[in-house]
Design a protein around this ligand. Structure first.
Ligand code: SF4
Ligand code: SF4
Length: 368
């Protein structure tokens, strides 16, 4: 998808829409609300107004903000309209006009600035999940845990840490890791995003980091795509832990008990990222997991809805719920700590009898 369209080209793309409806069938916020303002087509109409400097109704503004930016619509549009990119640009304009970001993201931004994380965690508790003293080790490879893993889903952080150690990967961690700054870009505060990215890159440079291993698909997408987009370059390699696993697991003795699980494709690794679909599946198969696929997977994989938890909770729960309903197994495995957040929210709110775990937990368990 071309994310570098000029605004004139965006308007031309919007005007080329034939109202075929393909994107309506795939959009999870439209499915959850049945409100056309919260569909790709409704958002394109609102975005056209924004790009031309016209006023929006409050419902249209909400439609721009409650878009998950998941790009599912882009995949099915026969005219290859960059719907998500256009909505994103419209949101950036709204932010510049002082219409948003909304209240809760503003509080999260405060948290990033004051506490160094996006989940309101106490800074001294970041490493509470470690089974030992913080390792004062140097390496040119950094395990970047991320805020959600460190504070909200320590099982994802701990299992990834133990797994990499067990598989003999040389890595360090940064005691003052901080936040990757995903939210700044996501909500359209490009000024804060650029400043934050520059500071983060400088810290990595000072620490001699040449490669980053992430456990969150959001951190991965941010470092891999948005950092170079805003800074013009990236002088470190970014890998998601799932990309390393198939090679590291080959030749290992693994417990193969044939557990049935469904793999959830995080948007940040697949559709928005670099098409990381096979590696986590291969790692799970090597670990003896019997994968049961949902009908819409990989490029069409469902969004977990987590990005809407802040402001649009009901939509978020329904978005996760529609994925959970499509899953035939009780156990779900994902390779994103933030998706754990979204899917667990859906399980709780929609009262689904499902359990979701992080990829490293499953692999580590099979190595025992
Ligand atoms: S990016 Fe996702 S939520 Fe937004 S309009 Fe497209 S399909 Fe719907
Ligand atoms: S899929 Fe593309 S052409 Fe069809 S309604 Fe959606 S934006 Fe328009």
């Amino acid at each position: 998808m071309n994310h570098k369209l000029s605004e004139q080209e965006m308007i031309e793309q919007i005007d080329s829409c034939t109202d075929c409806g393909a994107c309506l069938d795939i959009c999870q916020t439209y499915e959850a609300t049945e409100n056309e303002a919260f569909s790709p087509v409704g958002r394109l109409r609102a975005a056209r107004k924004v790009l031309q400097g016209s006023e929006l109704s409050s419902e249209e503004v909400t439609g721009i903000y409650n878009c998950l930016k998941c790009e599912r619509c882009n995949v099915v549009c026969p005219l290859e309209i960059d719907i998500c990119g256009i909505v994103r640009r419209a949101q950036h304009h709204l932010v510049e006009r002082g219409i948003g970001p909304l209240e809760r993201p503003n509080r999260i931004m405060d948290g990033i600035q004051k506490l160094g994380n996006a989940v309101n965690g106490g800074p001294s508790k970041r490493w509470d999940w470690l089974p030992e003293e913080f390792p004062k080790k140097e390496s040119d490879t950094l395990l970047y845990v991320g805020c959600v893993g460190a504070f909200s889903y320590p099982e994802a952080a701990l299992s990834s840490y133990l797994l990499l150690k067990k598989l003999g990967v040389d890595f360090m961690m940064l005691e003052d890791e901080g936040c990757c700054g995903y939210l700044y870009y996501y909500i359209g505060r490009m000024d804060l995003a650029r400043e934050h990215f520059e500071k983060t890159v400088e810290r990595f440079k000072q620490a001699g980091i040449k490669r980053i291993i992430t456990i969150c698909a959001g951190c991965y997408h941010n470092f891999n795509n948005w950092y170079p987009e805003l800074l013009g370059e990236r002088n470190f390699e970014v890998v998601h832990i799932s990309q390393l696993l198939p090679n590291l697991l080959k030749g290992r003795k693994l417990k193969k008990d044939g557990r049935e699980m469904t793999y959830h494709d995080p948007c940040g690794l697949g559709r928005l990222g670099t098409g990381i679909y096979d590696e986590p599946r291969e790692a799970l198969r090597l670990s003896g997991v019997n994968l049961v696929e949902v009908e819409q997977n990989r490029k069409l994989g469902s969004c977990c809805g987590a990005m809407n938890i802040n402001n649009f909770r009901e939509i978020s729960a329904k978005v996760a719920g529609s994925f959970l309903d499509a899953v035939k197994t009780k156990a779900i495995v994902t390779s994103c700590s933030f998706c754990l957040f979204g899917l667990n929210y859906g399980i709780r709110k929609m009262e689904k009898d499902k359990k979701v775990v992080y990829l490293s937990e499953v692999i580590l368990d099979s190595l025992k």
